[in-house]
Design a protein around this ligand. Structure first.
Ligand code: HEC
Length: 100
């Protein structure tokens, strides 16, 4: 029954890819370009509105609680409340929640 075997194989592959996706942790390397695009024009060493600098992993994690609050409430990035629901926003929130 080649049809059945093919079905079993694709079900197996589907499970495999779902598992590896869930296990894949978001790293700072993944979120750095998001910060560059969405935050660093207003939050970097040269321009730091609200005295918030977000251009390194240490500084991002130091401001973790404020960033979580600002992004999940939709107040940051300024004027873009839809950011939190975008793939980039979700990635940033997941990274912050997973890191100390
Ligand atoms: C267009 C400029 C701009 C962008 C882009 C921007 N911010 Fe802000 N941000 C501000 C300003 C201005 C303040 C200061 C607000 C105040 O003091 O009332 C601020 C304040 C903050 C604060 C301090 C807490 C608060 O809400 O006042 C945090 C945390 C923050 N921003 C995070 C972020 C993050 C994370 C991003 C990107 C996802 C981002 N911001 C993008 C302008 C910006």
């Amino acid at each position: 029954m080649p049809g059945l075997r093919l079905f079993a194989l694709s079900a197996y592959l589907l499970t495999l890819s779902a598992t590896s996706q869930a296990a894949e942790a978001v790293t700072y390397k993944d979120v750095a370009p998001i910060l560059t695009d969405a935050c660093n024009s207003c939050h970097a060493s040269d321009v730091a509105y609200g005295n918030v600098v977000l251009d390194s992993e240490d500084l991002l994690l130091k401001n973790k609680d404020a960033v979580l609050e600002a992004v999940s409430s939709g107040s940051m990035p300024l004027g873009q409340p839809e950011f939190k629901d975008s793939p980039e926003g979700q990635k940033l929130l997941n990274y912050l929640k997973a890191n100390p």
